[in-house]
Design a protein around this ligand. Structure first.
Ligand code: ADP
Ligand code: MG
Length: 581
């Protein structure tokens, strides 16, 4: 095993393995599939990056976060390790080049998003390449009963089998005992091979304060004023709340700014930079903030709104105190939030008639058909993610097989007026382009064009229309964008009677709803727990502490009633559950 340490030093420049890394790598080197359960920032990626250099075959990394993929590939490339990603931003020749380099063994690590497996051409290509490690990042997304279920993950285990991956490495930072079981079961991993580092972080103080909605803002401002300054995240549920709370705090003199997925990319990057470089910045954010944030000295995390689950909570507070210094995580427990969150959960469950009409429509299509998730969502009044989930269930149950998705429609913004564009061409080409442009419909600044329809009307191949637009794009005459993804399906067997099938799918949705509601109740139960809350949270993730932590709301309250001398300590740590406002 000397060589592992040697590789660590020479290829990655690290002197020691972090906890758990060596165990995981040794399992993989011995040919065993495994699960790595380490907190965020604990160095999970190295667990596949190092074996990728030593094992013959390709290491295929499945990760849902394109931005993080890009960062990792840049870092690997800088270390002289050949890594690449295949995603929808690549044009056809670059895509082919990456695949060829993977096939020839030149590329050691290939990164893809889980959706990539919906592409038939990709599946076929990958089945011909020997896969040494099939590494699934954020593996908890596979669990239907987990907090962050992604339908595309459900199909990954089947793909891993199909491409005869020699070993699977599932990686996650937040998996309950149940979700760990789901991961092991799905990928056929022996649970005894799972490597888990302790969940408990002694430098985090968990506090809970009950509050009513109308005094919440004041309470937060008071708390921020009474403590020493330090990098702070305030988590909220809605984008609107992020804006409002940041504005109020800024108006009272705090260095506060909002961050959420509704903001423009540049603006978000700017807020992130500002936060990274400050030691008293307060960012008021939705859960969009935090992924990929590598700031060691975050001193405070407040939950202005209730987190949706203990998994979310653990992930969000896990961003505090990475440097090991004392840090405080405080949840403002507000009953009104419960209604809002429960309504979101109910809103995710389609009504039975909606599922029935969707299923009926799907089974009345021809054997091969294509659909748009957004259109189905609008027609049947089912949220887009839920439509996807239902389609995935039908795939897993053997009714449908997914084909390569495609973009039916493109939009473009002319950078010259159409006369100027046409003036550059003559003869048949000019006439063809004029016809293509005539097929498009103008919205505000963008023109929309349905390629299939245009091809039919112009009596030519779809490819020719696309090539013409591509050419105009390359020549800087217009800016081209794809839109309206359509998913293709083939029906493998008919549903004798769609009604019972719809009822069964609806039951599954109700079960998910019940699981989501239960998760929210667990958050409230932790807030009101009358034993050590740190320990209760650790237990939820399969970790048992020997004794009470001594510094969560519950422990502090006990010590303050037991020992009035400790009141100073209690005061410093703020309001305690049930006694608050
Ligand atoms: P995770 O995926 O668990 O959140 P990453 O794999 O992104 O964590 O690693 C977090 C950071 O730790 C990265 O900057 C990585 O380079 C660094 N790192 C990983 N392993 C080691 C090690 N053995 N020694 C020092 N730093 C490490
Ligand atoms: Mg990671």
């Amino acid at each position: 095993m000397e060589t592992l340490g040697h590789q660590l030093q020479t290829r990655f420049g690290f002197n020691h393995f972090k906890p758990g890394q060596k165990e995981v790598i040794e399992q993989l080197m011995a040919g065993r599939s495994t699960v790595a359960l380490f907190p965020t920032g604990a160095g999970k990626s190295l667990c596949y990056q190092l074996p990728a250099l030593l094992l013959p075959g390709l290491t295929l990394v499945i990760s849902p976060l394109i931005a993080l993929m890009k960062d990792q590939i840049d870092a690997l490339t800088a270390r002289g390790i050949a890594a690449a990603r295949l995603d929808s931003t690549l044009d056809a020749p670059s895509y082919q080049t990456v695949l060829n380099r993977a096939r020839s063994g030149e590329i050691r690590l290939l990164y893809v998003a889980p959706e990539r497996f919906n592409n038939e051409r990709f599946r076929q290509a990958i089945e011909r390449i020997p896969i040494a490690v099939f590494a699934v990042d954020e593996a908890h997304c596979i669990s239907e009963w987990g907090h962050n279920f992604r339908p595309d993950y459900l199909k990954l285990a089947e793909f891993a089998r199909r491409c005869q991956a020699q070993r699977i490495l599932a990686l996650t930072a937040t998996a309950t005992v149940k979700v760990q079981q789901d991961i092991c079961l799905a990928f056929g991993i022996d649970p005894a091979n799972a490597v888990r580092t302790p969940f408990y972080r002694p430098n985090l103080t968990l506090l809970f304060s009950t509050v009513t909605e109308h005094v919440r803002d004041k309470l937060l401002a008071d708390k921020l004023r009474q403590r020493p300054a330090g990098p702070t995240i305030v988590y909220v549920t809605l984008q609107r709340t992020a804006e409002e709370v940041a504005k109020q705090l800024a108006a009272t003199g705090f260095e506060a700014r909002a961050y959420h997925a509704g903001m423009k990319d540049e603006h978000r990057a700017e807020v992130q930079d500002w936060f990274m470089n400050s030691d008293q910045a307060i960012v008021v954010a939705t859960i969009a903030f935090g992924m990929g944030i590598d700031k060691a000295n975050i001193r405070y995390v407040y939950h202005y709104n209730l987190p949706k689950s203990l998994e979310n909570y653990a992930q969000e507070i896990g961003r505090a105190g990475r440097d090991g210094q004392p840090s405080s995580c405080e949840m403002l427990v507000c009953g009104d939030d419960r209604n809002t969150l429960e309504n979101f959960i109910y809103g995710d469950t389609p009504a039975l008639p909606a599922v029935q009409s969707l299923v009926t429509e799907l089974f009345s299509e021809g054997e091969q058909f294509d659909i748009s998730v957004h259109e189905l969502s609008a027609q049947h009044d089912i949220r887009p993610l839920v439509v996807r989930t239902l389609l995935t269930y039908l795939e897993l149950d053997g009714y449908l097989e997914g084909g390569t998705p495609y973009y039916s429609s493109y939009k473009f913004r002319p950078l010259l007026d159409s006369k100027q564009i046409l003036a550059r061409f003559d003869g048949e080409r000019r006439e063809f382009l004029a016809n293509v442009l005539r097929q498009s419909k103008k919205a505000k600044t963008w023109f929309q064009i349905d390629l299939d329809q245009a091809a039919r009307r112009l009596n030519c191949a779809r490819q020719r229309v696309l090539a013409a637009l591509d050419y105009l794009g390359e020549q800087g005459m217009l800016e081209l964008q794809t839109s309206r993804l359509r998913l293709r399906y083939r029906r493998l067997k008919p549903a004798a009677n769609p009604q019972p099938l719809a009822a069964e799918l609806h039951q599954r949705m109700l079960k998910r709803e019940a699981a989501d509601l239960a998760r929210l109740r667990q958050v409230l139960a932790l807030a009101g727990h009358n034993r050590c809350q740190t320990n209760a949270l650790a237990q939820h993730f399969g970790d048992n502490l020997e004794q009470a932590c001594g510094h969560c709301s519950h422990c502090l309250q006990r010590s303050s009633t037991n020992n009035s001398k400790r009141n100073a300590n209690y005061q410093r740590h703020g309001t305690i559950i049930d006694e608050a406002v």
